[in-house]
Design a binder for this molecule. Structure first.
Ligand SMILES: NC(=O)c1ccc[n+]([C@@H]2O[C@H](COP(=O)([O-])OP(=O)(O)OC[C@H]3O[C@@H](n4cnc5c(N)ncnc54)[C@H](OP(=O)(O)O)[C@@H]3O)[C@@H](O)[C@H]2O)c1
Length: 261
């Protein structure tokens, strides 16, 4: 389908959306933006308690339906079973947002000989999304429709200091995975895009002392971190009919940080 009118073009009303890690940080910002647009949101994550709180509150406050499917994206069987359980309860999946991720800091040569951090980072940040795409795309291909939004990072485009080598390499691969998958799935009416955020308020930034925050902002042209909801607003755009011409794109959303690195 293609866009013919701006009426309800931003609406996600009635859309069945899966958001990995949708109860915390950027994921919660995405859940909230989708909730504002009327979506049904299923949170796929490990922590039942935080998701239960969000689900209770959002089911009371918003029009859509909010649910939780316990998932460890680092485990293939867990992803397969969670998607299967979701499809036992629903007749279709309109949107998948691959947001779940872990930050792995430090230079490559500081890692142990087994490269434990390297493999853990790739297993969650890249392979976790690949697993979710694999199981969800089986249904989207049958439906001949669907939108996937991948949350990567501006670290996949620049060299951060202090170094984030494993994380940056996994996110760079995630950006290219987005483009390859977009080309591969376009004949099935499926779109795949990515958002590459920069510094965004979430668990990772909790407790940053004021002076450290200010010095980090000196490198951000708009002079502040993003709010999780702002990343959510961009994800809502990419999940909706409004962006039907957009696929294989990586949207950097970092207040201009990557421009100077
Ligand atoms: N914050 C930033 O500045 C920033 C910048 C660029 C990119 N990003 C990216 O944005 C995404 C979200 O990060 P965030 O800052 O919001 O981090 P966060 O607050 O630490 O949240 C991480 C989320 O990922 C989920 N998660 C982690 N491991 C998981 C697993 N094995 N299985 C299922 N879910 C898992 C967590 O849910 P559970 O604990 O319930 O499993 C949680 O909801 C990540 O991909 C990150 O790389 C963040």
């Amino acid at each position: 389908m293609y866009l013919k009118s701006m009426e309800n073009a931003y609406s996600l009303e009635g859309k069945n959306c899966i958001i990995t890690g949708g109860a915390k940080g950027i994921g919660l910002g995405i859940t909230t933006a989708f909730a504002h647009q009327g979506a049904n949101v299923a949170i796929f994550a490990r922590d039942e308690a935080s998701a239960a709180k969000v689900i209770e509150e959002y089911n009371a406050r918003y029009k859509g339906e909010f649910s939780f499917y316990k998932t460890d994206v680092g485990n293939t069987a867990s992803c397969r079973e969670a998607v299967q359980a979701y499809m036992n309860d629903h007749d279709r999946i309109d949107v998948l947002v691959n947001n779940a991720g872990i930050g792995t800091a430090g230079p490559f040569m500081d890692m142990d000989e087994e490269l434990t951090d390297w493999f853990e980072c790739f297993n969650i940040d890249l392979h976790g999304a690949a697993r979710m795409c694999y199981y969800v795309l089986k249904y989207m291909r049958e439906q001949k429709s669907g939108h996937i939004v991948n949350i990567t990072s501006n670290a996949g485009e620049i060299i951060n200091k202090p170094f984030l080598t494993a994380y940056a390499a996994s996110k760079a691969a995630f950006n290219h995975f987005t483009k390859c998958l977009a080309a591969e799935t376009a004949p099935y009416g499926i779109r795949v895009n990515a958002i590459a955020p920069g510094f965004t308020f979430s668990n990772f930034s909790k407790g940053i002392p004021d002076e450290v925050y200010k010095s980090l902002c000196e490198d951000i042209p708009i002079d502040r971190f993003a709010e999780a909801f702002e990343i959510g607003a961009l994800a809502a755009y990419l999940a909706g009919d409004i962006s039907d011409i957009v696929t294989g794109a990586v949207f950097t959303a970092d207040g201009g940080y990557a421009l100077q690195h």
